[in-house]
Design a protein around this ligand. Structure first.
Ligand SMILES: Cc1cc2nc3c(=O)[nH]c(=O)nc-3n(C[C@H](O)[C@H](O)[C@H](O)COP(=O)(O)OP(=O)(O)OC[C@H]3O[C@@H](n4cnc5c(N)ncnc54)[C@H](O)[C@@H]3O)c2cc1C
Length: 306
């Protein structure tokens, strides 16, 4: 029986792992991968004390720090099921293994949203991607379309523009919702063109994507943009389904937590982007991971009557 199981490998889970291990409790961390969304951040300029770092570099530094601590880690595994037992302990199942724990931290973050336009599934991996850091080099010297004009869209366009010949941002809103500094960066990049008030209808091509069919919402006119690379960057959804029938979620399907990071089930804690905490940022996720671990530790002590 573990004292604490942490699900996730992003900044929230990694920090929770460091804090929990330092309390000398029996901890298991289970993750599909390291870094989560942080691994996709081309440049991070807002993590206190580090003025500029690539997402993957910060991931490697955090993981190295985590591994200096005494906890059990299983990487490359997906948790498939979480159940609450009658004695209020938790059972966590991966494909083959079953683990028991007194407490749980859900730090499962978020997954990119699909746009659900025709051709999206067909061309996934054949010109369509959700991750510029992973795939932008594949589109060197090509014309690339980025669907989405918010923070994720502009970050994606800036990364794509390092390689592509031209990058078109197709934003749904009449103006960009991205942070001002990102808008300025994109506007001053000669390779990037911004189209606002756009509805994406379809991705066309033979074996690989070759064009985006969109509607100009100002005029209602349907147009085609020739592009051999497409990044869909319209935000994300919380990975809360493992506990959706156990704990309270808000209308966005985020896990509702109190200021102790406790969910509506007292021994299930949550941290980072999967929760209803405002501001989905690395520094927020790390702080929330620390709080969740310390509060899980306090809970364990209360159970022991200390
Ligand atoms: C392109 C991009 C750029 C960004 N740039 C910045 C930036 O410059 N500055 C900033 O502060 N923030 C930035 N962010 C936001 C930041 O990355 C997130 O706020 C942060 O990563 C959230 O951390 P998290 O640990 O809560 O979740 P995530 O990073 O989403 O990590 C979740 C982890 O849980 C794992 N997981 C999920 N489900 C399971 C399961 N069933 N079993 C096992 N493991 C599971 C995932 O594999 C992953 O490792 C950016 C995000 C994106 C997408």
């Amino acid at each position: 029986m573990y004292d604490l199981i942490i699900i996730g490998g992003g900044p929230a889970a990694i920090t929770a792992g460091i804090y929990a291990a330092r309390k000398k409790i029996k901890v298991l961390l289970l993750t599909k991968n390291w870094g989560g969304q942080m691994a996709w951040a081309p440049e991070i300029d807002n993590y206190t004390g580090i003025s500029n770092v690539k997402g993957l570099d910060l991931v490697n530094r955090m993981v190295a720090h985590l591994k200096e601590n005494d906890l059990e880690i299983k990487e490359g595994v997906e948790v498939k099921k979480v159940s609450l037992k009658k004695d209020s302990s938790l059972e966590v199942r991966t494909g083959e293994e079953v683990y028991q724990s007194r407490t749980l931290i859900m730090a499962t973050g978020r997954t990119p949203k699909k746009i659900n336009a025709a051709g999206e599934e067909k061309f996934l991996g054949k010109g369509i991607s959700y991750c510029a850091v992973c795939d932008a080099p594949l589109y060197a010297d090509r014309v690339v379309a980025v669907i989405g004009g918010g923070n994720t869209g502009i970050n994606t366009a800036l990364e794509a523009a390092k390689y592509a010949a031209r990058v078109y941002i197709l934003g749904y809103q009449p103006k960009s919702s991205a942070d001002q500094y990102l808008q300025i960066k994109a506007e001053s990049n000669p390779k990037i063109t911004f189209y606002h008030n756009i509805l994406t209808h379809e991705f066309k091509g033979d074996n690989f994507v070759s064009a985006v069919v969109y509607e100009d919402k100002n005029t209602g006119e349907k147009k085609e943009l020739a592009a051999t690379g497409v990044f869909i960057a319209i935000g994300s959804i919380p990975n809360s389904s493992l506990v959706k029938n156990m704990v309270e979620l808000n209308e966005k399907k985020e896990i509702k937590i109190d200021c102790q990071n406790a969910s509506s089930v007292k021994n299930i804690f949550a941290a980072g982007d999967v929760t209803d905490v405002s501001h989905k940022q690395i520094i927020v996720a790390t702080g929330e991971g620390a709080k969740a671990a310390l509060n899980a530790y306090n809970y364990l002590n209360q159970m022991k009557g200390e």
